[in-house]
Design a protein around this ligand. Structure first.
Ligand code: UD1
Length: 368
């Protein structure tokens, strides 16, 4: 090995929003095992800033304190993206890393990959190649741009490999490594059993449903949001329903004057990682519009009804427990009742969702 190749690789990891934290944690831990090979810097853009959307995750997932906090906060897509870009450019010029590693598909992912590319710093994208083929979804634009600009593309499933190849990504850039979010789930599954969330809420294992919903397509339209709550109330007449609500959803409910029936749907503050894992892990089923939860329920074999018209994670439908129910009230109720009758979808675990994705990522990077 040449002396050049033995040089430490300086990597800037970017996190911004809640779903980023559980993806970066296992990668940083794995790189920590090789301190002579990797120098790591963690940048938090501050896209998410509430304690229960950010800080608690750092504590629970044992993430190091960010070396840099940009504090961009909320705003329109352009405002938020631009603020990340301006802040991140300064940081990169100072740090001069060998690589920038971004995860997922949030605005911070897009912003930082554009900045790094313009400074000729190679970008590593973890969770590359996912496509919903729906450009009304802001994340789809983030995915396309980030992948186009990235030099190393780590994928979670075979359909992502196919999407990237179809778009002309050179084969040598694509590495099918599995799912880092599942690494985190596997690592913290036993620990989450210590959470008292079920007894705190008076819930019985497998006798309740969990809802999460925050997508603009569901919460930014009064009629859609109202119909969805009608469905949730109906389901809440059959079994307890708990709904840890994203701040965006709460804001929109207030704006549209949508009230929920507390006896049918229990709205909670956003939960930390361990409480939430315990909550969905022991539920009868989950209704969600999250990307990550479609994967986590598939891994655990919990039926999942996705309140979207499409998904960038089709493997959770083909192999897993996921069903797309859209925003059709009757369909949501029908599929929920089916699960209540014991006819929930069964599934299998997709290849390489085995807790070793971060190790595979580091194995690829350490030889560069
Ligand atoms: C973002 C991601 C989405 C991801 C979601 C997970 C983009 C385009 N979207 O959506 O892909 O699934 O995070 O949560 O990047 N807010 C707070 N406190 C916070 C954060 C947000 O109150 O800590 C409220 C603000 O009113 C804000 C709104 O939520 O305007 C939306 O936040 P934003 O980061 O713009 O998008 P999310 O909906 O969270």
């Amino acid at each position: 090995m040449s002396s050049h190749r033995r040089r430490r690789i300086k990597i800037v990891h970017v996190v911004g929003a809640r779903p980023n934290f559980m993806k970066v944690a296992p990668i940083m831990k794995e790189m920590d095992k090789r301190p002579r090979r990797f120098e790591q810097v963690l940048v938090h853009t501050g896209q998410h800033y509430d304690k229960n959307m950010s800080r608690y995750f750092f504590e629970e997932l044992h993430l190091p304190r960010p070396d840099v906090y940009l504090g961009v906060g909320s705003g329109s897509h352009s405002e938020q993206t631009a603020r990340v870009m301006v802040g991140f450019e300064k940081v990169l010029k100072e740090l001069g890393p060998d690589y920038v590693l971004v995860v997922g598909d949030v605005n911070s992912t897009l912003a930082c990959s554009v900045v790094a590319s313009k400074l000729w710093i190679p970008v590593i994208h973890v969770e590359a190649g996912l496509r919903s083929f729906d450009r009304t979804m802001p994340e789809e634009i983030n995915r396309i741009v980030t992948d186009r600009l990235s030099d190393v593309l780590f994928t979670t499933c075979e359909d992502a490999n196919r999407n990237l190849k179809k778009e002309g990504a050179p084969k040598g850039k694509i590495h099918f490594v599995g799912n880092v979010m599942i690494d985190t789930l596997i690592r913290y599954r036993a620990e989450s059993r210590k959470s008292s969330i079920l007894s705190d809420l008076g819930l019985t294992k497998r006798r309740y449903a969990v809802i999460t919903m925050h997508r603009p397509s569901n919460v930014d339209h009064k009629y859609t949001l109202r119909r969805l709550f009608e469905a949730f109330h109906e389901i809440g007449g059959h079994l307890p329903v708990v709904f840890p609500a994203h701040p965006r959803t709460v804001k929109q409910m207030k704006k549209f004057g949508i009230k929920h029936d507390k006896k049918k749907v229990r709205l909670l503050e956003p939960l930390g990682y361990l409480d939430f894992l315990r909550l969905y892990m022991d539920s009868m089923f989950v209704i969600t519009d999250s990307g990550g939860i479609q994967e986590e329920t598939t891994y655990l074999g919990i039926p999942c009804l996705t309140i979207r018209e499409n998904t960038e994670r089709p493997v959770t439908i083909k192999k897993g427990t996921n069903i797309l129910v859209g925003t059709d009230k009757d369909k949501i109720i029908r599929e929920s009742l089916k699960i209540l009758r014991g006819k929930g979808k069964k599934g299998a675990i997709p290849p390489l969702w085995d807790g070793k994705a971060a190790r595979r990522i580091v194995d690829v990077l350490k030889t560069r």
